[in-house]
Design a protein around this ligand. Structure first.
Ligand SMILES: [Zn+2]
Length: 220
């Protein structure tokens, strides 16, 4: 089965589940609440995208005064590698894209988007990461991060009166993916690219991925 045949299974809900599963507190989310976190996060991202539809993300950054730097240096901190980040300690916030980390993603981009033309993949991948970080900028600017706007989950309870709650941080990522998909007109959430890349570079088998999709679907 090719990725293109699989594309019908890449619903936004399924790929949002893929992201949600990576939340550090995922095991604390009641199964019955998963559809809520998925739908509410996707809705936030889509809503935020509405005023910017069809706009060029680099021009948008410029218009908002958001600086961005595309660098070749490695985005590895404490052994975790980042493709992009936004630095809120700068005023205005600054987006950094680690372009070396995107270099191998061209074929995945072409496969997922069906783009025929070669040579522009890196620019489009940069746009995807800019759009994602731009959503975090909008959250920052509004003072409302998606995870803080959605219901918290209970992480610990002692007796009747002491309850510790926490937000689901990955909901902000799901919303950023949805925002990115909308404003760039992508066929699916951009985290599909990561999975296609892993499959094509033999770091994940297609079978494993298909099994994951089945379980993600069952949560919705
Ligand atoms: Zn993010």
């Amino acid at each position: 089965m090719t990725v293109r045949d699989l594309r019908s299974t890449f619903s936004d809900e399924v790929m949002a589940c893929a992201e949600l599963e990576q939340d550090p507190l995922f095991h604390k989310i009641p199964k019955s609440k998963i559809p809520y976190y998925v739908s509410a996060s996707l809705a936030k991202g889509r809503e935020a995208a509405a005023p910017y539809m069809g706009k060029n993300i680099r021009e948008l950054c410029q218009a908002e005064g958001v600086r961005y730097e595309i660098t070749n240096r490695s985005g590895t901190f404490h052994n975790v590698s980042f493709r992009a980040q936004i630095d809120f300690t700068k005023n205005p916030p600054e987006i950094i894209i680690f372009s070396a980390s995107l270099a191998g993603m061209g074929p995945a981009y072409r496969e997922v988007t069906g783009a025929e033309e070669e040579g522009t993949e890196l620019d489009r991948l940069i746009d995807i990461h800019l759009a994602h970080e731009f959503y975090h900028y909008l959250e920052y600017k509004s003072g409302k991060f998606t995870n803080e706007e959605l219901e918290p989950i209970e992480v610990f309870r002692l007796g009747t009166f002491f309850v510790k709650r926490s937000t689901v941080v990955k909901t902000s990522e799901i919303a950023a993916h949805a925002f990115c998909k909308e404003i760039l007109g992508l066929p699916c959430l951009p985290n599909v690219l990561d999975y296609v890349y892993l499959i094509r570079s033999n770091q994940l088998s297609q079978k494993q991925f298909e099994q994951q999709v089945i379980s993600w679907k069952s949560w919705m």
